[in-house]
Design a protein around this ligand. Structure first.
Ligand SMILES: NC(=O)c1ccc[n+]([C@@H]2O[C@H](COP(=O)([O-])OP(=O)(O)OC[C@H]3O[C@@H](n4cnc5c(N)ncnc54)[C@H](O)[C@@H]3O)[C@@H](O)[C@H]2O)c1
Length: 90
């Protein structure tokens, strides 16, 4: 039976910020798909996640086509910051 947990795609998953995002989303109960072309990232940052059923990794360059089956709900963090009346970016 497929998991009902929400699934998130984290690009740059093997990098500094991305690997911490993977940890956080896993901790919060999401299924995480990590994607990275490893140009600067390091698999050592996420190797502890490979054994988890909730984590999948794809070695992939995100500037090329990515097919995602099913509906997508996109919430870019940067645009949320930009539209928040309480925050501003320099
Ligand atoms: N201990 C620390 O405090 C610490 C450690 C490392 C970095 N930093 C800081 O963090 C910042 C950098 O972190 P970051 O996470 O933005 O950079 P990063 O290089 O760690 O992560 C970016 C990730 O994106 C991937 N990537 C780049 N282009 C891609 C593409 N086209 N397709 C797929 N993947 C792609 C890279 O391989 C990498 O894994 C800097 O400000 C740095 O100084 C802090």
């Amino acid at each position: 039976m497929p998991s009902r947990r929400k699934r998130v795609l984290i690009t740059g998953a093997a990098g500094f910020i991305g690997s911490h995002l993977c940890d956080r989303f896993i901790k919060d109960g999401f299924r995480v798909v990590g994607m990275d072309n490893l140009i600067t990232g390091n698999l050592a940052n996420i190797e502890h996640l490979f054994e988890l059923e909730a984590f999948q990794f794809f070695h992939h360059d995100i500037t090329t086509y990515v097919h995602v089956a099913g509906p997508i709900s996109a919430t870019p963090m940067k645009s949320r910051l930009l539209t928040s009346p309480k925050r501003s970016l320099p």
